[in-house]
Design a protein around this ligand. Structure first.
Ligand code: SAH
Ligand code: SF4
Ligand code: F3S
Length: 485
């Protein structure tokens, strides 16, 4: 998934889950800071869903008179939207909480809240473990936040970690925090019904549920009208999106993910659509055909493999074999020539032998991933793997294997970029390049990052332009404009 790749980063330096964007604090650029009497400061960790949730939280808090600030010292309420996916993600949050201890000492009445997956995992234990925390709110309980803040203001600690079977926050218009004004996240489903044995997400995010298609379309249309040119449809497992008519919407026909993609694509040919994440078992030919039919549905699929060994895949409960996965890659290449493909990979899962690891390297080579997000296994309390298997691969072996996977990906990313040299791509301009405001940074449909001189063309961010790739690094293609948009 490419949402956090900037022109500075390479695929392997980038980790959307808890490294690259960890702890970014955002405030909307459009808010009038004097409009609100009180202010909240929010830092988000983890996956894109969490960043998207922070925008829902911002909307809920605006509704009760709290405006966003980028400065924690100025805030009445400090919130950390947390991630539990790996131990390191939780350690980072704990460190951050200890920083806030200092601010809290000097600022009387400052409230500190923990939101997101760590809140869900640890529940009220978090209040015992982290004495300075006043509020603990799980991912399905953000509507309760205003009341919990009121309670905390009167000195009571507030916890709500109830998971829901139907909460999708469909009626809440997210307040866009930060971002580039060109691309936005739109949440289409929540929760996960898969039970990958290593994964904490089903426990922190609850059961799968899909957001009504109409509210997704409304949000995307509004974004387009505000000048956005790219939406990333988000969910833990977007391909199992399935909205059926319910009591509230008896006339709403059922909508599959492929149908939803098509509906969003029809908003405007100028609106690009990305989605994340696909579980390989759920991505259907229907979805692939829909991508092929619409130029504005990006030619890019994030298809986490996790391991290349059948034995490990089975222990992970991924429900596919390496042969099945390879056939899926073949099918993507057949129906979507040139499609960008990326993956998530875990090294050192329970009982992984050298031969299993070699199979992971081999499947990477087979799939020719453009990018990968790579991790060594981190045992999570309460998961199936923690209960059933022993975390028996020594840390140094996990790390050595991870390095080999990273080295392999570096080579594949470079080779993929080299193959693009001399070709011309339609690029959506996202803004100035990080290194120079004489250059633009943008992305191709396949998700590749391009940097190219502005060269006197009257263009702005959000415009499309044709760019020829001349040179590359492993993370970026350097090019030149060949036709104005
Ligand atoms: N729903 C998405 C991703 C969820 S978490 C999907 O199924 O693809 C993102 C990635 O974190 C996973 O794909 C996996 O590669 C990694 N991950 C999850 N649990 C992990 C663990 N316990 N240790 C190391 N990596 C993990
Ligand atoms: Fe976790 Fe698997 Fe669900 Fe992804 S599909 S969130 S890895 S359980
Ligand atoms: Fe982390 Fe929760 Fe996302 S565990 S990766 S923030 S769903």
């Amino acid at each position: 998934m490419l949402d956090y790749v900037t022109d500075k980063q390479t695929a392997t330096e980038t980790d959307r889950h808890d490294e690259a964007r960890q702890g970014e604090a955002f405030a909307p650029f459009t808010n009038d800071p004097n409009q609100y009497k009180k202010h909240f400061y929010i830092e988000s960790y983890g996956c894109a869903m969490n960043f998207s949730d922070s925008e829902i939280v911002a909307s809920i808090l605006n509704g009760v008179g709290y405006g966003a600030t980028r400065n924690a010292e100025e805030a009445d309420l400090v919130l950390l939207n947390t991630c539990s996916i790996r131990e390191k993600a939780e350690q980072t949050v704990r460190k951050r909480l200890s920083d806030f201890k200092r601010i809290k000492k000097t600022k009387k009445g400052l409230l500190v809240g923990v939101l997101g997956c760590m809140a869900e995992r640890l529940k009220s234990k978090l209040l015992e473990e982290e004495k300075l925390v006043d509020i603990v709110v799980g991912p399905d309980a953000y509507r309760a936040l205003p009341n919990l803040v009121l309670e905390a203001e009167s000195g009571q600690k507030g916890v709500n970690v109830l998971l829901s079977r139907d909460e999708t926050y469909a009626d809440i218009s997210p307040v866009r925090l930060g971002g580039n004004g060109v691309s936005a996240f739109v949440s289409i489903m929540r929760g996960c019904n898969n039970m990958c044995s290593f994964c904490v997400v089903p426990f922190t995010r609850g059961r799968e549920r899909s957001r009504p298609a109409n509210s997704i379309l409304q949000e995307c249309t509004q974004l387009f009208n505000e000048g956005y040119r790219e939406v990333t449809l988000l969910g833990q497992n977007v391909d199992s999106y399935y909205y059926t008519a319910d009591e509230d919407n008896p006339n709403n026909d059922s909508v599959t993910f492929a149908q939803l993609l098509e509906k969003v694509a029809l908003i405007s040919p100028l609106l690009r659509i990305r989605f994340s994440t696909s579980h390989p078992k759920d991505i259907t030919d229907d979805v692939l055909h829909t991508i092929a039919r619409y130029d504005n549905i990006c030619n890019y699929i994030h298809l986490p493999v996790q391991s290349g060994s059948n034995r490990i895949l089975q222990l992970m409960n991924r429900t596919y074999t390496r042969e099945w996965y390879m056939a899926k890659v073949d099918r993507i290449r057949e129906l979507l020539p040139g499609c960008g493909i990326s993956a998530d990979i875990i090294t050192g899962f329970c009982t992984e032998e050298e031969a299993d690891h070699q199979e992971t390297l081999a499947i990477m080579e087979y799939a020719q991933y453009d990018y990968s997000y790579m991790f060594f296994y981190s045992e999570r309390p309460g998961t199936l793997a923690q209960k059933r298997y022993t975390d028996d691969v020594p840390l140094n072996v996990k790390k050595r294997r991870l390095q080999e996977v990273v080295d392999m990906q570096n080579r594949l990313s470079l080779e993929s970029n080299l193959r693009d040299i001399g070709k011309t791509f339609k690029i959506l301009i996202e803004g100035d390049s990080k290194k120079s405001d004489a250059d633009w940074m943008g992305r191709s449909s396949e998700g590749k990052v391009f940097v190219f001189p502005k060269a006197g063309y009257a263009l702005q961010k959000g415009d499309y332009v044709w760019v020829k790739a001349n040179e590359c690094t492993q993370g970026t293609l350097l090019g030149e404009i060949v036709v104005g948009s």
